[in-house]
Design a protein around this ligand. Structure first.
Ligand SMILES: CC(C)(COP(=O)(O)OP(=O)(O)OC[C@H]1O[C@@H](n2cnc3c(N)ncnc32)[C@H](O)[C@@H]1OP(=O)(O)O)[C@@H](O)C(=O)NCCC(=O)NCCS
Length: 204
């Protein structure tokens, strides 16, 4: 965190608000948003411009984080702007000491990340999610609230694991997948697509 405690959140919608709350609890006092579709304020913090204005707002005292849940959008923004992307962890999250977290990744309230898990850049480990030991989570992944990943699971880039979904231990899910809310993945997934149900099957 910079000395000035200055943070700009990209995206002032629901996910951005949750990040703002996490940022407050991390000691940030100077918080603002940029957003292409909203003006005014969000959570009492000002929306100071549209996303392209990041170029003018960036300096070496300002931290940035992306408050957008869509994995493709998050990737596009992260790759376009060379700024100080910070990693934010809610104080109630439980993260083992051997875990590595990439830049721009956010870990929300009550999430648990267990021993030797590796989390990539610009991931979302959302409220109450469980990421067990030895997981490998690639960049731009979203693990939704209350989703649970057993031990030694691998999740490929830009995959979204839906709310309350379960992935049993040792499964690998390739990039570009959506795992529907409440699905239970019991076989590895090698083809990008949407998978739903118990056990999870490709949605046609
Ligand atoms: C799986 C998912 C991506 C499908 O979205 P969609 O393509 O827009 O699908 P629809 O809503 O049009 O539903 C199509 C059918 O699939 C069913 N379906 C949708 N989601 C399902 C799910 N998670 N499990 C089982 N069936 C599901 C619908 O009931 C519908 O069935 P029908 O054709 O018999 O009526 C979506 O429903 C989902 O689960 N998204 C995850 C959301 C989430 O976790 N958000 C967290 C944000 S923090």
């Amino acid at each position: 965190m910079s000395n000035q405690n200055k943070l700009i959140i990209v995206g002032a919608g629901g996910h951005g608000k949750v990040i703002a709350d996490t940022a407050i609890k991390n000691g940030y006092t100077n918080i603002s948003f940029v957003d292409d579709h909203a003006v005014g304020e969000s959570m009492g913090f000002p929306i100071i411009g549209a996303v392209p204005e990041i170029e003018m707002l960036k300096d070496d005292q300002t931290d940035f984080v992306i408050g957008i849940g869509n994995n493709q959008t998050r990737k596009a923004i992260a790759e376009r702007y060379d700024v100080r992307w910070v990693t934010l962890i809610h104080p109630s999250a439980q993260i083992a000491t051997s875990v590595t977290l990439g830049q721009g990744t956010v870990v929300m309230a009550g999430a648990v990340i267990n021993a030797c898990a590796t989390i990539g850049d610009h991931c979302i480990i959302n409220t109450g999610a469980v990421v067990e030991h030895d997981n490998v989570i690639e960049n731009y992944v979203h693990i939704s609230p209350k989703a649970a990943l057993g031990g030694s699971v691998c999740i490929g880039e830009q995959t979204h694991v839906g709310i309350g979904a379960t992935v049993i231990n040792h499964m690998a899910i390739c990039g570009g997948c959506t795992i529907g809310a409440g699905a239970v993945v019991v076989k590895s997934i090698e083809q990008s697509g949407t998978y739903i149900g118990v056990p999870a099957q490709r949605k046609i």
